[in-house]
Design a protein around this ligand. Structure first.
Ligand code: ADP
Ligand code: MG
Length: 290
């Protein structure tokens, strides 16, 4: 039987836009000590903007943008959307042999050139030297921008820097959670330097970055093996296995259906303040039961 206090807690939760899948989820929430946040779309707005384009090999900015945008037409990633918005109104060339590599980037050929667009790992895996642009890449990452490299026929020709700003509510919500004694961790597939810059801005002290989609659940498991009770907060398709692995999964309701299905709690208001409410509610509910 479900204790009365849990049912009451669930009713209050609904008023706050917090949907609790089962009474058990509230109980599990009350014993959590570590909160792991997905970055993109959870702590940040999930809407990136191209803030600069740098080019090499005498390629024009316009040329680089049209090739990058042509490739990104095949991707639904927030970074792809940002590059396409920047190229709005441009006529885009035909892409052949399009491929998407999850957590790495996209590739294809345009006008007989073999193009690769994505992060440093993606280019390295194709044996493309990123060392000539390493200083620029680091400089952009240090200011919290996500670097996206474009290579043509084995050489880096452009660096796109994209900025996805923090949600206004992230910093104050994280400060409260920190005060309450939770360990706060950011988990992301993004560049480690970019992630650290954004984590500093948000007030998170620990970052697990450069994680491939399939590695997110493994990162949660590792924290559990170290003795932590973990809540994972995320919105993406990539986050679903990690949401399911954690003692408690909290999905952002505006995120993917798969994330919502994998979570014990769904936050209908897409901001980290709801995490504060959900945890407070779970503690209050458990107190009422004692
Ligand atoms: P997260 O959801 O944690 O931000 P992803 O696993 O979706 O991370 O992506 C990780 C990284 O892979 C991105 O930061 C980017 O560098 C690269 N990437 C993935 N998809 C694309 C794409 N369509 N275009 C450019 N880069 C991409
Ligand atoms: Mg996300």
């Amino acid at each position: 039987a479900t204790p009365m206090a849990v049912i009451a807690g669930t009713g209050r939760a609904a008023e706050l836009g917090i949907l609790v899948r089962d009474a058990d989820a509230l109980q599990r929430a009350s014993s959590v000590d570590t909160l792991v946040f997905d970055k993109t779309g959870t702590l940040t707005k999930g809407i990136a903007e191209v803030i600069s384009i740098e080019t090499w090999q005498s390629v024009s900015e316009k040329q680089a943008l049209s090739w990058a945008a042509a490739l990104e037409q095949g991707s639904a990633h927030p970074l792809a959307q940002a590059i396409l918005r920047r190229a709005e109104g441009m006529e885009l060339p035909q892409v052949e042999h399009f491929r998407q590599a999850g957590g790495l980037g996209v590739s294809g050929s345009v006008a007989g050139r073999s193009l690769l667009l994505g992060n440093e790992d993606f280019l390295r895996q194709a044996d493309i030297a990123t060392q000539p642009v390493a200083d620029r890449l680091r400089a952009q990452a240090e200011r919290g921008a996500t670097p996206v490299l474009l290579a043509a026929d084995g050489k880096v020709i452009a660096l796109f820097s994209l900025r996805d700003p923090l949600r206004d509510e992230s910093q104050p919500a994280l400060a409260r959670l920190h005060q309450q004694g939770y360990q706060l961790i950011m988990l992301t597939g993004d560049n480690p330097i970019t992630a650290s810059a954004i984590a500093r801005e948000a007030g998170i002290d620990r970052v697990i970055a450069g994680v491939r989609p399939e590695g997110k659940a493994a990162a949660i498991r590792q924290l559990q093996q170290q003795g932590h009770q973990v809540a994972m907060i995320g919105d993406g398709i990539n986050d679903a296995p990690a949401l399911a692995q954690a003692e408690l999964g909290m999905a952002i309701g505006s995120g993917s259906d798969i994330a919502v299905e994998s979570a014990g709690i769904t936050l209908m208001r897409p901001h980290p303040g709801s995490v504060v409410d959900a945890l407070a509610l779970s503690r209050a509910t458990l107190r009422n039961m004692k």
